[in-house]
Ligand binder design. Structure first.
Ligand code: FAD
Length: 303
C-alpha cells in the first residue's frame, strides 16, 4: 500500500487508528492470513463514511472485518484497507421486546442481553462466534433458526456513503446469503424484534445448543465453522466422510476427525494448506457423488 494513502487516512482519522503490518492471522478464527495494507479502526458512522468515500475515490480495495470467523485470508494478506468497526459500533440496547445492536457487537453478547431481558428468538445464535454485522451478511443460522427470523430493520452505509434503513425483505436473506454479500453496503446496526419468554427456558435452550456444539464440533482447533454450504438434499460433512476424507491432511490443515464438515488448523497451517485441502475435498466429492460443494468460508486475497 502506498505510504501516502496511510498518511491521508491518518489525517482523516488519527495516527493511532491507521495501522500498518497488522497480521490478519491475529484477527481470524482460522489463525491464518498475512498483513493488511492498512488496518483501520473506525468509531462511528461519520468516520466510516469519510473513510469509504476516500478509499473509493482512490480506488483502493477494502473490506469490513467482523470477528473473522468466516474468513480464509491469504498468506500474502490483503493489499488494501481492512476496516474494523469499534466505538459506537459496539453499542447495544433493549427497549420492550426490541434489541438494537451495533455491527461490531459480538452475537453472543446480543444473545446474553436477550436472555437477561427475558426475550426469546435468538437462542439459536448463542455460540456462533461472529459479530452482528457478519451475522447480517451471512444470515447466520443454526438449529432451525436464522437471523432473518428476528431481524426487523438493518441500517447500512450504501456505496455512496449515505446511511439507509433496509427492511427484512430488502435484505433478501437466503441460506447464508443477504443482499449485503453482493453489494458495497456496510452494516451499521440492526434492530431485532423478539418474543417475551421465560428466562429459565431461554437460558436452558442456549445452554443446550452450546453443549451440542461442544460435543459435535472440533472447538479445540482453530477453524471457520462449516467449511462448505449444505448442498440441497445432502449434508456436506456426510459426503466428505463417505468420500473417505475424514482426517485427510495437507500440511497443518485437516478434515476434522470429529466433524468432517469442518477443516481445522491443527497447528501451523497456512491459508494455502487450507485452500488446497478445500479444493481436494471439492474435487473428490464431485468425482464420487457428482455434488458440487460450495465454500461457505469467504476467501480474501490472492490464492
Ligand atoms: C467454531 C465456529 C462455529 C460456527 N458456527 C456457525 C453456525 O452455527 N452458523 C453460522 O451461520 N455460522 C457459523 N460460523 C461461521 C461464522 O461465525 C458466521 O458466518 C458469522 O456470521 C461471521 O461473522 P463475523 O463477524 O466473524 O464475520 P467475518 O468472518 O469477519 O466476515 C464475514 C463477511 O462479512 C463481512 N462483514 C462483516 N461485518 C460487516 C459489516 N458490518 N458490514 C458489511 N460486511 C461485513 C466481511 O467483509 C465478510 O465478507 C461458525 C464459525 C466458527 C469458527
Amino acid at each position: 500500500m502506498d505510504i501516502s494513502v496511510i498518511f491521508d487516512l491518518r489525517n482523516i482519522l488519527s495516527p493511532d487508528r491507521v495501522l500498518r503490518d497488522v497480521l490478519l492471522k491475529e484477527h481470524t478464527t482460522f489463525k491464518t492470513g498475512g498483513p493488511a495494507g492498512a488496518f483501520v479502526l473506525v468509531e462511528n458512522n461519520d468516520e466510516l463514511a469519510r473513510v469509504v468515500v476516500f478509499l473509493k475515490n482512490r480506488e483502493i480495495p477494502f473490506f469490513v472485518l467482523g470477528n473473522g470467523s468466516n474468513l480464509l485470508v491469504s498468506d500474502s494478506g490483503f493489499d488494501g484497507a481492512v476496516i474494523k468497526l469499534s466505538g459506537s459500533f459496539n453499542e447495544l440496547s433493549v427497549s420492550d421486546n426490541v434489541i438494537i445492536a451495533g455491527a461490531g457487537v459480538l452475537l453472543s453478547k446480543v444473545c446474553l442481553m436477550a436472555e437477561e431481558s427475558g426475550l426469546s428468538g435468538l437462542e439459536f445464535a448463542y455460540g456462533i462466534p461472529g459479530t452482528l454485522g457478519g451475522a447480517m451478511v451471512m444470515n447466520a443460522g443454526a438449529y432451525d433458526g436464522e437471523m432473518s427470523y428476528v431481524v426487523s430493520e438493518v441500517t447500512v452505509l450504501d456505496g455512496e456513503g449515505i446511511v439507509r434503513t433496509l427492511s427484512c425483505e430488502d435484505m433478501h436473506f437466503g441460506y447464508r446469503e443477504s443482499i449485503i454479500k453482493h453489494s458495497p453496503m456496510i452494516v451499521l446496526s440492526a434492530k431485532m424484534t423478539l418474543e417475551p419468554g421465560d428466562r429459565a427456558e431461554i437460558h436452558n435452550k442456549m445452554a443446550d445448543f452450546l453443549q451440542r456444539r461442544k460435543s459435535k464440533q472440533p472447538l479445540e482447533f482453530p477453524s471457520a465453522g462449516s467449511t462448505f454450504k449444505r448442498p440441497v438434499g445432502y449434508f456436506a460433512g456426510k459426503l466428505i466422510e463417505d468420500a473417505g476424507l475424514k482426517g485427510k491432511r495437507i500440511g497443518g490443515a485437516c478434515v476434522s476427525e470429529k466433524h468432517s464438515g469442518f477443516i481445522v488448523n491443527t497447528g501451523g497451517a497456512t491459508a494455502s494448506d487450507i485452500n488446497m485441502l478445500m479444493e481436494t475435498v471439492e474435487e473428490e466429492v464431485y468425482q464420487r457423488f457428482g455434488v458440487k460443494l460450495e465454500p461457505e468460508v469467504i476467501k480474501i486475497g490472492k490464492f
